[in-house]
Structures are given as structure tokens and as C-alpha cells.
Design a protein around this ligand. Sequence first.
Ligand code: 9WN
Length: 439
Amino acid sequence: MNPESELHELVDGAREVLRANDLGAWTKPAPNLYPHQWNWDSGFIAIGLSHYDSRRAQEEIRSLLRGQWHNGMVPQIVFNPQAHGYFPGPEVWQSEQSPLAPAGVTTSGITQPPILATACRAVWQHTPDRAEAQAFLREVFPHLLAYHRFFYELRNPDGDGLIVVLHPWESGLDNSPPYLEAGSRVVLSYRPTYQRLDTAHVDVAQRPTDRDYDLYVYLLEQMRADGYDPRRYLPHAPLQVQDVLFNSILCRANDDLAEIARVLGEEPAPIDQWRRETGGAINRRLWSDEDNTYFSYDRVAGMLLKDDTIAGFGPLYGRVAPPERAERLIEIRLLNPRMYHPAYPIPSTALDSPWFQPETYWRGPVWMGTNWLLIHGLVDAGRLDLAATLTRQTLALVEHAGYREYYNPFTAAGYGTDQFSWSAALTIDLALPLLSPAG
Ligand code: 9WN
């Protein structure tokens, strides 16, 4: 599998996808389905770009930061005024009505998994001109600090560092079973009126259901009525999930932000403290000893969301799982062919979950982004053998079906949009270290 010439082809093809989706200073996630700039997509894209065009990678981050809110939030979407055909667009979000929103740009009113500091550190590492690399960090550091402070000041309702997600789209894993469960308890006081546009591009069976969208739009409208201000909205928010993957991503981003602070001669201690708090809370509140895994917590219902998904492995990536828990996660679950180890791992939902569907979005298919997170988690858990195998298996998906949005875990059939930017960007990041410098 993946001999050197094929890896070169994969990298070349990936660069071509990123070129085709490049809109000058930022990259759309996909040609038609996603015509705006997305938060964690741009983080992954910047990591890929940084290997061969660090200036353009820096630009990707700067573009995203144009959308940063006055309270520090970096939004899920920065809208492209030229693009149409994505629902919900700027006319639905109406960010300009909120006093917290930035001027001169329209965005959504929620955030996404905070890999941004991690991406900035990678861009800094890969920038050949060291003075330029340092200047980039100096420029972005206050923005990253404000973003993380937003979480600890405004999304930390229990004061213990366990950050709360208020909309399934914030999780990045929109229709993942914990959100289906927590969402099923939200009482919609009316049925929102809207027209979906995603199913014009992708087979309906591969996307969230209309019922899922009713919840998405309803929550959007609830938040919009409060100007997307967590101070006003959070106290009565009907969906509040302390998401294990989101918090793990934040832990690792705190490590990267603290490192950035050290490089700049800034004070890393408060960032290290955030990291300790969140890591401690994940281990105290989200671990289920009887299930050998971590789960997200439904803060409205006051219970763990015991739906078995890839998010449970998040603490490997976040470097918060103690060795004994990491071992149980890997041996009992990750390598179990009935749960997370089909021919093409890692399924986004466990194979034996009642929610599992191999072709539907976050309910089973394999995604490059989550595999990439897990590969890093395995490296940090000292499982270099497994990380190397998973890297090959992940690249095999692209070899088989191209740069698709997600893949069937049994057959590697590709689903969702084609030409998906983060699948391309992460192909570059995973394949390049496997190529010999002369090759
Ligand atoms: C809503 C852009 C985004 C990803 C998410 C993925 C999908 C959007 C949608 O596409 O979500 O944010 O419209 O379905 O779930 O992770 O960032 O690629």
C-alpha cells in the first residue's frame, strides 16, 4: 500500500484541490457545498499549505481572524459576500445586528473546535524565514489569547474549565449521536420555516435529516434573538453539551498557545492553568469507568451522553488521558473490530451503536480530520506502530476514492462533497513525512 510514487501523486492531487478551492486569501472547504470560510477547516488547510506556501498559510489564518468578534469568539463561518447557495447564509444569521460582531464582515454567531492555535504553531514551524515566522506569531498571539479567554470567561458555566457547546454545528460533528440524543430533549416551541440547500449537492441519505435541520435552525433563531451573546443566551440555552472532543482539542491548543507565548517571551502560566483545569475536568467528569471511555456531558439533562462515538478518543489527542486509560481506550475499543476497527478505520460512530449508518455524515463514515487527530493522539500515547498503520489506512481512503468529505468504513466508498479541502490538506501533512527527501 502507498508506494512512494503513489504518495507523490496524492500530494500533487491534494495541492491541485487546494488550488482550485483557493479564493485568494482563504480557501473554501468545497467547490459548491461550502462556498464560505470555515473555522476549523481553515486550521487544517493552513497546516497543509504551510508545507509548501507558508505565506499563503499565514494569509488563511489572517482571513479567518477578520471575523473575530469583540468578545474574542472566532466564528464557525466567515461569509463570502460573493457566494450564494449555502443555507444558512448571512441573511439568516444577521450577525451585523449584534453589537459584539466585527464591522465590515458577516459571520455566523457560533464557533467551532478551536484548533486555531495548533495551526498557527504549525505555520510558524514550517515558515522558512525565521524573522517572518516570529512576526506572524507576534501578530496572531493577542487574537488567539482573546479566543481562548472567550471560552474560559463566557463558555465555562461551571467554572471548572469544561467548556460548553451551544449548537451542534459548534462541535464540528453536527449530527453525531450525542447531539441527536441531547437534541431530542430540546422542545421546539415552533417549527422553523426554511429551505435547505445542501441536498441539492449531496444525496439526502448522506446528510443530516430534516428533523436535525429543524433543531439547527431553531437553535440559531434562539441565539440570534440574544445577539449571540453567551451572557444572555447561555442561562436559558436548551442545548448545552460539554463535549469531550471539543474540550480535548482546546487542551492541545492551550499547549500550543503556551508554547507560542514562550517563544514570544510572553507569560504562559495562565494558559497552562487553563489547560490543567480543562484536562482535570475531562478526567473527573467525562470518564466512565464501566465503559472504558470518555463521554460528553449533557448539562441540561445533567447526565453523560453515553453514545459511543469517535469523540471518546479525544483525550488521547488532548494529551489528557492517563496511560492506564489510554491503554483501555486503545486495546478495548479502538482495536476492537466490532466497535472501531473495520477494514478502513476509524468510524465516526461505533459499528455496534444503534445510531451507526455507514454512509450518513457523522453517524459512521470515516473522516480525514478525526483520523488525523487520532494519529497525533496515538503518537503521544507512545503507540507509534498504530499511528503509522492508521496513517497508511487513512491515505488509502484517498487513494481509493479521492479527496472526499467522508468514506464508508467497510468499503472506502467516498461520500459527501468531492474536492474537500481538509481531506487534501491533511493528505499533504500525512504523506510528506513518508516521502524520502530525494523522492
Ligand atoms: C456546518 C465545512 C463544515 C465542517 C463541519 C461539517 C460540515 C457544516 C454543514 O461542513 O458542517 O458547519 O453545513 O453541514 O460537519 O465539520 O467544518 O466543511
